[in-house]
Design a protein around this ligand. Sequence first.
Ligand SMILES: [Zn+2]
Length: 484
Amino acid sequence: MKNELGITVKKMENFSKWYDQVVTKAELADLRYNVKGFLVHKPLAVSAMKKMYYYFERELEKRGHKPVWFPAVIPESNFKKEAEHVAGFIPEVIVDNACRQQKLSERVALRPTSETAMYTMYAKWIRSWRDLPLKLYQSCQVWRYETKATRPFIRGREFYWIEAHDVFATRNEAEKQVIEDMKTTKAVMHEIFGIPFFQFQRPEWDKFPGAVHTYAADIIMPDGKILQQPSTHMLGQNFSKAFNIKFKNKNGQEEYAWQTCYGPAIWRIFAAIIAIHGDDKGLIFPWEIAPIQVVIIPIYKSQNKDLVLKRCVEIKDKLKGLEVYIDDRDEYTAGWKFNEWEMKGVPIRLEIGMKEVETNTVTIFRRDEGRKINVSDANISEYVEKVGKELSANLKRRAESFMSNMVRSAKNLKEVREALKKGGFVRVNFCSIDEDGRACAEKIKASLHADVRGKRIDVDEKPEGNCVVCGRKAKVVVYIGKSY
Ligand SMILES: [Zn+2]
């Protein structure tokens, strides 16, 4: 019974199968919806992601962003205003031909990202330096016609994210915004969700379509592959010129505005949380985003039932402000419930039976360590909260130690090849992340099926020696990895 219901593969032995089992068996999503690349999100996943949205939105608003909702459809003519952007996105957006039959004047696309929706309106809203800075974000779905294999929460034709689009009077302010966005990623994804990352400046050949520079957070998944997380883009004046976003400066002269955009994909960060914190039994939610933080399991024989249940309710009342669920379903055994809530990642389980009732105690099980202890119920609320926070801190520490063990240095291509077999990042000296380094990156891609992810922004690294590919003097240290 347990084998059929529970996770039957070990995470580090077959990550891909483990991940699929967790998504289905822990009831995060139902993949049987009959449109390829689209899935139905179930309550456990939605409740967790709503909390994730909350933390990101709170951080964005703390830093001066305000929320907006823009339409999901974008007219084709908007896309065509920025040359690189159209080249990057038109081939993969989902264009709704049905609209033509309804006699709309032009074709519309479901948004793959909202630059071209929002910037036509920004051009109407921004008149003078007094209107700047303008910092807006929306939490929404976007659609991309992915041709690569789709995976739940990792890559889909529909996904959930936040996009922030900011406008400034000066280049300097826009550059500061990009740094602020990276701090937001750190404050939420690493500090609260416990997912460590490296922050890269992407090479010239791997930028967001239309951007001057792209900066992206990369994480390492348990199978050693790299997964891109929030990226922030210095757009310069590329879009303001294309969309005619101008303002009168303090001297009354018209200038094009400077822009940035930032896209934390809640969906993908959720995938990272499943993958990195989970273990062979299933999910482990960090305390802060757990849909159920504490599950209380009553353990009784029929003659004690009322007494035990009464104590469970008393304990729940003491845990005000936390997400607590008393699992008093009669049709399942206590052992069955233990397995289910462990698989579903509940951080803390309280077991309450006659022994606990008689001694004024509760038995606490902590999901990450799998240990039980019996404690007095006197200060149960403070105690449970302390344990919850310790669990999050422990998940974060584990993730950091996994990541630091997945970075290796290599001095030549042979070493790069060997290091890539172990997964994670390979740190090398490289000629350049400007256009003149592109040929070397293409050689790595062709011979090793790996990507040059870019130059670290979160640390200052000086190259010593020569490019691992061409042998020219290295101008930069880059990280290579196999990506999703
Ligand atoms: Zn080179």
